[in-house]
Ligand binder design. Structure first.
Ligand code: IFM
Length: 757
């Protein structure tokens, strides 16, 4: 069994309840269940979400990931006193999420205010082996006297998304002494969900059911002798009924049968089956680091766990929410985070999942075409925020000014168009990594040409050259500018690759070829100045600067907006997140090492890193520029976004892109992986704190493992593979060791089986 880290909740605190509820989410890509306590706390937000189950609650709202009825709550009373860590005393505390099997565990010894002491042990997981399954155990032991316990647990339909109810109750049923079932529909009727729970106590109890105030509960009373334990074992089955399939009755009966078959296996067997799948995942994809700082491996395992738990690999109609399945932040919407920060991980470990994520965009082309048309353009303009249908989901307004009553418009849906080119960038990378012709001939080419067509229609002619006006680049503190360098270069890349692959796959339409060639010739690509620095946009260099140290010290909190209005920030050289640096990261072959360094040096002091998508990218570019220690500082700071001490940083969910970036930083930064003109390059340089780094990858269907130390690299492949290592082409089959010094001195090392081209 592979040993993997566990994430520990250091202690009960009412302030960090929601942070740890997000971090300790149990998930399987189909369902996410926040790591909340079984007992209620007023500040605690429970959450259970199914990937793709969105609903719009009413006027002025957009679709949001629906918070489903809760099955994890257990209200316990000991001799009539409610169990809560806010009263009495707790004498022992352990709470951890075991990444190796996705099990959340807690053990506390609690002394009730009246003096009775009990040990409470709870465990739960969502199954990787059977997606709709969530199993839990809740065990109470009487430690120093006989006690009377009362348990209340069931299906609680009072959950809301910050007060908004999305679901109407369709039916509530009880079967025998142990099974509860409820069915709900979203108010629009577009989704139905059936939840069935099997609740069994390990000792005979006096039980009854209640259905009251939207809660269907099993209530049990049990007398426990000192030294004895009782376990509530609860297995739940959570599924959506697809429209036009079975009737609700027949469907619910099936759910009941499925649940009973699972519950009959018992918690341990169900957990073992799920653990087998987790283990396969870890063996296949785990990045292992030998570091002086043990938190580095924890961060990598944290990232890996959540990357698996957040990804709906089973369903190509669904993608990954910016807060994964761990909370309601950004309403569960999908951003460019998926294609740029998350997809590379899948592409280089599980390419079929990357394909499914791209298919999500392909299946949503209708919405993107409609958005382009509505705005007077052609092709596909994907929504800045997306949910299930492919329509634009960005809320129209953000914060309200409570003095004036005026609301601040969200400009991203109107102008943050780089997402279109980011999707195309991901398609091209998919091709490079997989050579999947079937995908390219249909989905790949369609996505590339539709997005390219958008850019061609989006450009404006100014004195004979083409420019792209009124956009927002990745840096969202600078709005409505002309010729954002990131956008122009990515748009050019989009059109160039569309033309190239349309020709390669033989169906380029003459009109498209002509307009694409014209666009490529005439689009304005800002050039680096005499120091190698690119202007972020046409006016950026003319704006004043500001000492940002005070704001950088509180990166992520957007404190600049307490001192300056958005309009004022817009008129200064202030970046929220990587923009030109992001460009040098995404298109490394377009810029020399000196230019990358010059832009890093120019833009970093002007960047607050108020977005969780920023630091890691600076780190990767620093590593590529030969600054591993600087890169390591950025990488560790990126790991702290969710894992750091701020008690509220992740209240409404973890930062999915930042978890992707933890993996990216290790692989693209320290293992030095990049893809230039379709070829795989490795240029490893470890930070001083890292003694070794192991990275398993998949490239062109071949499994490849990198074992890197400061002095050498061992490459192990399942089949012959050629790639570039420290700037030289090598062909490997089996295992090959290369000494770094030999490469840097222009001499090649000996290898057990190798060829050098
Ligand atoms: O996509 C990002 C954006 O770049 C910065 N604001 C948050 C979004 C979701 O993570």
């Amino acid at each position: 069994m592979l040993t993997v880290s566990t994430l520990i909740d250091p202690g009960f605190s009412p302030h960090s309840l929601n942070k740890y509820a997000s971090l300790l989410t149990t998930g399987n890509g189909y369902m996410g269940v926040r790591g909340t306590h079984e007992e209620d706390y007023t500040q605690q937000t429970r959450g259970m979400y199914l990937a793709g189950l969105y609903h719009c609650a009413g006027r002025g709202e957009t679709n949001e990931l629906v918070n489903l009825p809760d099955v994890t709550g257990v209200q316990l009373e000991v001799n009539g006193e409610p169990f809560t860590l806010l009263s009495g005393q707790f004498e022992h505390w352990l709470r951890e999420l075991d990444f190796s099997c996705g099990e959340l565990r807690r053990e506390v010894i609690w002394r009730a205010p009246s003096g009775a002491r009990v040990r409470i042990v709870s465990r739960r997981f969502t199954s990787m082996a059977q997606h709709p399954l969530l199993a839990m155990q809740f065990t109470v032991t009487a430690l120093d006297r006989d006690v009377t316990l009362s348990f209340s647990s069931g299906i609680d339909g009072t959950q809301t998304n910050s007060g908004r109810q999305h679901l109407d109750e369709l039916s509530l049923r009880v079967f025998g002494q142990q099974v509860l079932q409820g069915a709900w529909a979203t108010q629009s009727g577009s989704h139905e969900v059936v939840i069935t729970s099997h609740c069994q106590l390990s000792q005979p109890a006096d039980s009854c059911f209640t259905a009251k105030n939207r809660r269907l509960m099993q209530n049990s009373v049990i007398n426990l002798t000192v030294g004895d334990s009782v376990t509530l074992e609860k297995v739940s089955w959570v599924v959506q009924r697809q429209p036009d399939t079975l009737s609700l009755d027949t469907f619910s009966r099936r759910c009941l049968n499925d649940l009973q078959a699972s519950a009959a296996q018992g918690y341990e067997a169900l957990r073992a089956a799920s653990q087998v799948v987790w283990q396969q995942e870890w063996v296949k994809c785990r990045v292992v680091v030998d570091s002086r700082d043990a938190r580095d491996q924890l961060a990598l395992d944290f990232a890996h766990y959540h990357l698996a738990a957040m990804t709906p690999a089973h369903d190509e109609r669904t993608s990954i929410a910016a807060k994964a399945l761990t909370g309601e932040g950004y309403k569960g919407h999908v951003f460019w985070d998926t294609e740029v920060f998350l997809l590379p991980y899948h592409l280089l470990t599980n390419p079929e999942t990357a394909r499914s994520l791209l298919r999500y965009r392909y299946l949503n082309l209708a919405g993107a075409r409609e958005k382009a048309r509505r705005n007077g353009w052609h092709g596909a303009l994907f929504p800045w925020e997306s949910a299930q249908s492919g329509q634009e989901e960005t809320p129209e307004f953000a914060a309200i000014n409570i003095r004036t009553g005026l609301r601040q418009k969200v400009a991203s849906a109107l102008a943050e168009h780089h997402l279109v080119a980011d999707i195309a960038w991901a398609v091209v990378n998919y091709w490079y990594a997989t050579q999947d012709e079937a995908f390219m001939r249909e989905e790949g080419i369609t996505l590339l040409t539709e997005t390219a067509t958008f850019w061609i229609s989006r450009a404006t002619e100014v004195n004979g050259r083409l420019e792209i006006h009124d956009v927002i680049g990745p840096d969202e503190y600078t709005e409505h500018v002309n010729n954002n360098a990131f956008t122009n270069y990515l748009a050019w890349h989009n059109v160039e690759k569309a033309l190239h692959f349309a020709r390669q796959f033989g169906d380029v339409k003459p009109a498209f070829a002509q307009s694409a060639a014209d666009f490529l010739q005439r689009l304005w690509l800002p050039k680096p100045d005499e120091h190698g620095v690119l202007a972020q946009d046409d006016t950026f260099f003319s704006k004043p600067t500001l000492d940002l140290s005070k704001y950088k010290a509180k990166a992520g909190k957007q404190t600049i907006l307490l001192d300056y209005s958005r309009a004022e920030v817009n008129e200064m050289q202030i970046l929220k997140q990587a923009d030109v640096v992001m460009l040098t990261y995404m298109l490394p072959e377009r810029f020399s090492a000196e230019e990358c360094l010059a832009n890093l040096a120019y833009y970093e002091p002007r960047t607050i890193h108020d977005s969780s998508l920023s630091k890691a990218i600076h780190g990767i570019v620093a590593a590529r520029c030969g600054q591993p220690e600087e890169a390591y500082r950025f990488w560790q700071a990126g790991c702290e976004i969710d894992l750091g001490e701020d008690p509220h940083s992740s209240d409404d969910g973890i930062h999915a892109a930042a978890t992707g970036a933890i993996w990216l930083g290790a692989v693209q930064g320290f293992a030095g992986l990049s893809v230039c003109d379709g070829e795989l390059h490795l240029s490893p340089t470890l930070p001083e704190a890292w003694r070794s780094l192991r990275v398993p990858l998949c490239w062109h269907g071949v499994r490849l493992v990198l074992d890197i130390t400061a002095d050498d690299i061992v490459l192990t492949t399942t089949q012959a593979l050629s790639l570039w290592l420290w700037g030289r082409k090598v062909c490997i089959e089996g295992e090959a060791r290369y000494a770094r010094s030999d490469f840097l001195n222009g001499k090649f090392g000996t290898a057990t089986s190798e060829g050098i081209a």
